[in-house]
Each structure stands twice: as C-alpha cells, then as structure tokens.
Write a protein that binds this ligand. Structure first.
Ligand code: GLU
Length: 294
C-alpha cells in the first residue's frame, strides 16, 4: 500500500538511491497513531526506493524509559507489518542484537571526547530555570552560555554542554524545500549529557545517525527545528555528508496541539483490543493528515 501524499517520481532526484533510513521510537510510552504515520512514511519511502529500515530504540532518557514499553513497541510493529531490516524484532527478542541507545555508551563517550578535544565541551551546573526563551522561531528554551568560561570540572552531577558558535545551517528538506537555521540563536549551547548522566536526544541522535550510516531521515515536522543543530553536531564529529531530511505532516488533536503519548485512546494496543485491524489503523493514521491511497 504505497503512500500517495507525494509524487515519488518528482522527488526521486532529491532522495538517495537505496537509502538506509530509521524508525526511532523512545520507549517512554505506547506506540500511537502518530508513530504509525511516521512508520508508514519511513517504510513506504524505504520500500519504494529499494532501501532499508534500521530500528533504533531511543532510550537515552533512562529515567523515563521502560522495558514494557519497548516490548509493546516491538509487538505493535510486528502486528502492523512494519518489519525492520536491521535489528529485526525476532533477533532483539532472542537477545542476538540490541537496538538500544543504552547499549551504546562507549560510542557516545568517544564522540564527546572528539568534541572535547576541540575545546567545545564544558561543565554546567545551571538549573533549567536559568534558561530563557530564544530568539529563534518558536521561542524555544535558550541557554545564554553562563558557564562557558567558569572551568567547572566535568564531574558526575553536572551537565555537559557543547559550545555552539554562530553560523547558519542550510539544508533542503525533500518535502518542505530550502531551510536555514541558526542553532546559536535558536537554543544556544547544547546539553549533551544531563546532570543525571543521560545523553540527550540531540546529541545521541546526531551520533547514531552518523555512526549507523543513516542517509535518509524521515520524521515529523515537530523535529524540523532540531535538524540544523543535529547537522552541526555531526559535522563537528567529522561527518562530511549530511543525511537527506524528509519532514512529514503531524496528526494534530487540535489546531495547535499534536497528538502525544498521553492521548491514550490512540494507542495501537487500545485500538487492537477494540478489534481494529492493522490495515484500519494504518489507514486511520493516513486519513488523519489527509493522505489518500495510491
Ligand atoms: N525518538 C524520537 C521520538 O520518538 C524520534 C527521533 C527522530 O526521529 O529523530 O519522537
């Protein structure tokens, strides 16, 4: 069942041939319709282009991740018919492979050493309250660089930040066209490890997308503003060629609010219990953003 929300032939020149893309849920809740739509875009694009899908479990936030959510995600993916090519659910269940960020600690530690060797990592003991709202679009939280010159030791119990210097990041989103973002104005110096020792989403995802050879990133427009900073982190680590990005529409529960994990009644497991078929769930996710069948 190919997605017809875009004309693949028209986009072909902008998409990598036989890409490696990924589906990267965080096991902090059950899979819901928003994830189903994302998986549908990921698998539809990969299959149409003769590419592959890697499953990555984004459990970088150890406090919020739960094994039962991971198990539920694997079961729901099987039931929906989304079969990863790398890190298959059967191999994961049998313990033959791990798709988890929590099993990649040495890789993040090595990446942070690469950045520290460039003098870009510093310790920060500021609380979230010292963050202000940024000048970038969306007014997201902005760190003004308070600890940049304080020379605090990189010890447990403090956050680790990456210095983000001025400069614009440009990329062509396959669906949304030319984008320009300036991370130093959007968010300022980025937290790469929090005071509890968790690697952050922005850091872990940039490291993984590079280390795992991902050349096509397919995700919702809620992550569009993160893309410039992830491109920056990857370049600082040594990535020469950025992935191609495709940001797709989001399922909204109201004009301004996207669907989230707390909207329990769209959880795949709940819809399953109500007797929905996998096909109905996939169609409902598409219908919610007005994507028609081919
Ligand atoms: N783990 C993120 C999420 O569940 C997705 C990350 C990404 O696609 O970059 O929203």
């Amino acid at each position: 069942m190919p997605l017809s929300g875009f004309d693949l032939d028209a986009l072909a020149g902008r998409l990598p041939a036989t890409p490696l893309t990924r589906f990267a849920p965080a096991p902090t809740g059950w899979l819901h319709l928003g994830h189903v739509l994302n998986a549908d875009y990921v698998w539809s694009l990969a299959r149409a282009l003769g590419g592959r899908v890697l499953l990555r479990i984004e459990d970088h936030d150890r406090g919020r991740s739960r094994p039962e959510f991971e198990a539920g995600i694997l079961d729901d993916l099987d039931w929906l018919g989304f079969h990863p090519d790398i890190h298959t659910t059967a191999d994961i269940r049998a313990g033959r492979v791990s798709p988890r960020q929590s099993d990649r600690q040495p890789i993040y530690a090595a990446a942070v050493r690469t950045l520290a060797a460039q003098g870009l990592i510093y310790a920060c003991d500021c609380s979230r309250r010292s963050l202000t709202h940024g000048t970038g679009e969306g007014g997201e939280l902005f760190y003004p660089g308070t600890c940049r010159t304080r020379q605090l030791p990189l010890a447990p119990g403090v956050g680790w930040r990456l210095r983000i210097d001025a400069g614009v990041e440009r990329f062509d989103d396959v669906r949304m066209g030319r984008q320009e973002q300036e991370p130093a104005r959007q968010c300022g110096d980025l937290l790469v490890r929090d005071r509890e020792g968790n690697w952050t989403y922005q850091f872990a995802v940039a490291v993984d997308d590079w280390d795992q050879g991902i050349d096509l990133v397919v995700r919702g427009t809620d992550l569009l503003a993160s893309t410039g900073r992830q491109i920056r982190i990857a370049r600082l680590l040594g990535r020469a060629r950025k992935p191609v990005f495709f940001h797709h529409p989001l399922i909204m529960k109201s004009a301004s609010q996207k669907l989230s994990k707390s909207d329990g009644d769209t959880a795949v497991r709940v819809l399953r219990e109500r007797g929905w078929t996998a096909e109905t769930v996939r169609r409902a996710a598409r219908a919610a953003v007005g994507v028609s069948e081919a």
